[in-house]
Design a protein around this ligand. Structure first.
Ligand code: MN3
Length: 233
């Protein structure tokens, strides 16, 4: 019976039409994907627990990517654009595109900004010199970064950015970031910490400041150094 149906489909010339329809509805080739974690789920213990990493990467980040792909599929003008290009026109997008594009960029960066304790290196000579110049010392910078993260009301991110001539700390609400064309403080993000409760609540509950303070133990300075070097070019 199945063979007969297939023959009929072929005879009637339906197969190519069906294929074309499938192709149109499929996720486009340029679809965004969740990058693999560059370490195991449990690699950041005890600063970030295994369950938080699994939920955060596999569920939260995935949902930003899925929602972004659905939106891009719908909005033809966004197709073929890189995530950075979409962020550059964030002010012209609806909330779905804005939040999910920001969510995808921010999380893709966040995973690379962390490493198992003892594996993340230290600030490069160049970055440290700039931190000393703009914040007085590495300790002063860390304190100001933690304070900005603690003060961000509700969900958001805290950033270290390079604005072309100096370093600055900024915080953004929701999934906004300093690359968005309408960001209050614009610049190239060297480092960003996620202060949404989903990033820390299982272990730290309401103590966001404790999470921000503990986070330094797993910062991947090698990534930050590379981003700083790239931003200088
Ligand atoms: Mn998050």
């Amino acid at each position: 019976m199945r063979m007969l149906m297939l023959s009929l489909v072929a005879l009637l010339g339906l197969a190519p039409v069906a294929q074309a329809a499938d192709k149109q509805d499929a996720v486009p080739a340029s679809a965004f994907t969740v990058p693999d974690l560059p370490y195991a789920y449990d690699a950041l213990n005890p600063v970030i627990d295994t369950e938080t990493m699994k939920l955060h990467h596999d569920k939260h980040h995935k949902s930003y990517v899925d929602n972004l792909n659905t939106a891009v599929h719908e909005y033809k003008d966004l197709q073929g654009k890189s995530i950075e290009q979409i962020l550059q026109v964030a002010s012209k997008q609806d909330a779905t595109v804005r939040n999910n594009a920001g969510g995808h960029y921010n999380h893709s960066l966040y995973w690379t900004l962390m490493a198992p304790k003892g594996k993340g290196g230290t600030p490069s000579k160049e970055l440290l010199a700039q931190i000393n110049k703009d914040f007085g010392s590495l300790d002063h910078f860390k304190t100001q970064f933690e304070t900005a993260g603690t003060r961000q009301f509700g969900s958001g991110w805290v950033w270290l950015i390079w604005n072309g001539s100096k370093l600055a700390i900024a915080s953004t609400p929701n999934q906004d970031n300093p690359l968005m064309d309408d960001a209050k403080v614009k610049g190239f993000p060297l480092m960003g910490n996620d202060v949404w409760e989903h990033a820390y609540y299982l272990k730290y509950q309401n103590k966001r400041a404790d999470y921000l303070h503990a986070w330094w133990d797993i910062v991947n300075w090698n990534t930050v150094n590379n981003r700083f070097a790239t931003a200088q070019k």
